[in-house]
Design a protein around this ligand. Structure first.
Ligand SMILES: [Zn+2]
Length: 279
């Protein structure tokens, strides 16, 4: 492998490493991919212990990730307001980091094609200019965040040393903007309606059967975001005629009514209504 190709591969490897963002173990994470927000399941580094990690969206337009709390506030109306603050806050930073990404990887690809390991003046200027703009935009964005949502200086300092690390500043600086709100509120407000159903179903079932939240508040929020609460409580479709009971939380099915669901702290399954054939 030529020197230019080796450097390019190393840059891609470092970028992917920098794309791994840590989030609190109990956070609900939503990520903007292209122009749509999606719910993402964090990957746990150790079972039952934190932190968890998510892979930031690796292609341009780079850069929006938000976390909600598992036991945060149910303030749906605040999401739109925060979102507009988040958008304004991140606009210059996102623009600068996307330019930086294109300068590094577009410029790098040109160097590989030309077989040069050292950037020529236009590429060097583009990388340094967008890197500097990114750092200035990050300092301004950080300063305009309220004190309790402001991240540590560490990420900005690392970005001052490595332009590849700097491409991840929007995620690192913006991820806590919604952190005091409940994750369900973020999911209800940001992700497409079809993707809201399962998290709301699970949260409602856990609240009802495991008592870890207030089911009335979750049902009210579900209605507010356009979900049908009765449908969220619908039993899973029987996988076979021998399924006699189901776990209302994880929807595992059982062939005995006296079983317990090991995955859900030995929760007692709910019997299916007797089918017409068996009566
Ligand atoms: Zn279960």
């Amino acid at each position: 492998m030529r020197e230019a190709e080796l450097l390019y591969v190393l840059a891609v490897g470092l970028f992917l490493y920098e794309s791994v963002v840590t989030v609190p173990l109990d956070a609900a994470v939503v990520q903007q991919r292209l122009w749509r927000w999606r719910r993402v399941a964090p990957f746990l580094l150790r079972s039952g212990a934190g932190p968890a990690v998510v892979l930031a969206w690796p292609l341009p337009p780079l850069g929006r990730l938000a976390i909600g709390n598992r036991k945060g506030r149910f303030a749906l109306a605040e999401v739109a307001e925060r979102l507009s603050v988040h958008r304004k806050l991140m606009l210059e930073l996102k623009l600068a980091t996307n330019l930086l990404f294109l300068s590094i990887f577009g410029g790098g690809a040109a160097l590989v094609w030309l077989g040069r390991a050292v950037p020529d003046l236009p590429i060097f200027t583009a990388i340094c200019g967008s890197w500097l703009t990114t750092i200035v935009a990050a300092i301004l964005a950080r300063r305009s965040l309220s004190k309790d949502l402001r991240p540590a200086w560490k990420d900005v300092i690392v970005a001052m040393v490595s332009p590849i690390s700097a491409t991840r500043l929007p995620e690192l600086l913006g991820k806590k903007v919604f952190a005091d709100l409940d994750g369900l509120v973020l999911i209800g407000a940001l992700v497409p309606p079809a993707d809201r159903v399962e998290p709301f179903r699970l949260a409602l079932a856990r609240a009802t059967y495991c008592g870890d939240a207030d089911p009335v508040a979750i049902a009210a929020l579900a209605t507010e975001v356009g979900l049908d609460v009765a449908r969220l409580r619908t039993p899973p479709e029987r996988e076979s005629a021998s399924a006699l009971a189901y776990c209302p939380v994880c929807h595992a099915q059982f062939m005995r009514t006296d079983a317990t669901c090991e995955s859900c702290d030995d929760l007692v399954p709910t019997p299916y209504p007797a089918s017409p054939e068996s009566t």
